[in-house]
Ligand binder design. Structure first.
Ligand code: CDP
Length: 231
């Protein structure tokens, strides 16, 4: 059966990765979480004293980009690909509020984007990939057969992320999450390099009131139509 490329872009915490993982598992495609790559570069910058609450040594980060090695390795226990930064599994370490607080600043840097986009394009060169992010349908795979643009009400998105943190036993306030989600949206949509915008031919899905199963079925049907060449 012919393989296609599926690009899922959208605002933070819209559930992109949930549906992307479901689609990849169902279709036997590779799932790539491009946000994890920006988060891993951010973790590197924090660990190496390149970014903090009142400083950002952008030039040094650019200089050190060649020392940053990113790889996704399959975790056989969970059957999901987990991100490794310089051979260390950082899948959990990149999901902290500290990383979330700096990631959009790091993702504004064109040199960072160039490096990550190149890796992403290599990962998707044989198609059969579902990738989620902010610029997948516009920059990484402008020729993707299916492009989805996910939106949802900001309060609802912050609530979902808040519940996720609560389930993990993390003590983070709803207000700080709401603030982070809306601030990242602002930076992501207004940056000059590859801002978050809906690709011309993307299908917009507002999932404020849609449950995970219905959303999956809607997007799966869109994918099947394209795989079969009906669209
Ligand atoms: O929190 P959420 O899962 O929504 O975000 P993420 O997908 O983990 O992405 C974290 C951040 O990385 C975003 O807020 C963007 O600043 C940046 N990013 C990007 O610029 N381009 C991408 N393709 C993916 C993420």
């Amino acid at each position: 059966m012919r393989k296609i490329t599926i690009a899922i872009d959208g605002f933070s915490s819209t559930g992109k990765s949930t549906v992307a993982k479901q689609l990849a598992a169902f279709l036997g495609y590779v799932y790539v979480d491009s946000g994890a790559m920006y988060r891993a570069v951010t973790l590197y910058a924090i660990q190496n004293g390149l970014i903090g609450s009142n400083f950002f040594n952008k030039e040094k980060l650019i200089e050190q980009l060649k020392d940053i090695n990113l790889k996704f390795n399959l975790n056989p226990k969970t059957n999901t690909a987990e991100i490794h930064l310089n051979e260390k599994n950082v899948e959990k370490d990149i999901r902290t509020m500290e990383v979330s607080g700096f990631v959009s600043q790091i993702a504004q840097v064109p040199e960072v984007r160039r490096k990550l986009v190149e890796i992403q394009q290599k990962m998707g060169k044989n198609k059969g990939v579902v990738m989620d992010g902010r610029d997948i349908g516009t920059v990484v795979f402008p020729d993707a057969e299916l492009k989805i643009f996910m939106t949802a009400n900001a309060k609802e998105r912050a609530k979902r992320r808040f519940l996720e943190f609560q389930e993990q036993g993390k003590d983070i306030t709803f207000e700080s999450i709401f603030e982070n989600v809306t601030h990242r949206d602002y930076i992501d949509t207004t940056r000059s390099d590859s801002p978050l915008v809906k690709a011309e031919n993307a299908i917009e899905i507002d999932n404020t009131h849609t449950n995970i199963e219905d959303q999956f079925n809607i997007i799966l049907q869109l994918a099947k139509d394209r795989i079969a060449g009906r669209v």
